[in-house]
Design a protein around this ligand. Structure first.
Ligand code: HEC
Length: 168
């Protein structure tokens, strides 16, 4: 996929997951950056995301992790809809938590990430951890609102990071 197509695909995939209201809320929270939005930008809107350079192998590993994240949130969503909160917790900890990443990948990534991006990465994993605990509680208590709220908040971190950074 071309970068433009991938971006459009990513945007629609995440928009579909988030639903209108949450997406709007996330859009209002997004940090805005305006570097190098000069002439020669092919798409209708200039790409204002910060370009982060990773070594090719690490970039491939990160994008694979990202695809696992998206598959994870899709499966977590399905499990929650079916009322299977214990499964939702298990899937989230396997695909979105700290343990979801290959040994050493995190330290590798951190070396190349700007501070703001690193911060959003650790926010994601922290929010995933909170979601896992809330979903485990919901399994026991039947109180499903908290994990649902935390899940939406976590997705906003995916959206915020994608709005700010791209990889090369
Ligand atoms: C710390 C920043 C950050 C967070 C948090 C983050 N991503 Fe990403 N993600 C990126 C970057 C950067 C790219 C590459 C985008 C580009 O180059 O156009 C990316 C790409 C992707 C891709 C495309 C993968 C591919 O093969 O091209 C998917 C899917 C994705 N992310 C899903 C997610 C999901 C789902 C979440 C939340 C659970 C998430 N990401 C959280 C930074 C992040």
């Amino acid at each position: 996929m071309s970068p433009t197509h991938r971006k459009a695909w990513l945007r629609s995939a995440l928009a579909a997951l988030l639903g209108g209201a949450a997406a709007l809320a996330a859009a209002q929270d997004m940090p805005m950056h305006h570097p190098m939005a000069g002439p020669g930008t092919a798409s209708a809107k200039p790409d204002t995301r910060i370009l982060v350079k990773f070594p090719p192998r690490l970039r491939r590993a990160v994008l694979a992790t990202m695809r696992m994240h998206l598959q994870g949130v899709s499966e977590v969503q399905q499990a929650m809809t079916a009322g299977r909160y214990g499964d939702a917790a298990r899937i989230a900890s396997m695909t979105l938590g700290m343990s979801a990443m290959a040994d050493g990948q995190m330290q590798q990534e951190a070396r190349y990430m700007p501070a703001g991006m690193r911060q959003m990465g650790s926010t994601l994993h922290m929010q995933a951890g909170e979601f896992v605990l809330a979903a485990q509680d919901a399994e026991a208590t039947g109180d499903t609102r908290k994990p649902q709220v935390l899940f939406g908040r976590m997705l906003q971190t995916c959206v915020a990071c994608h709005a700010s950074y791209r990889l090369r």
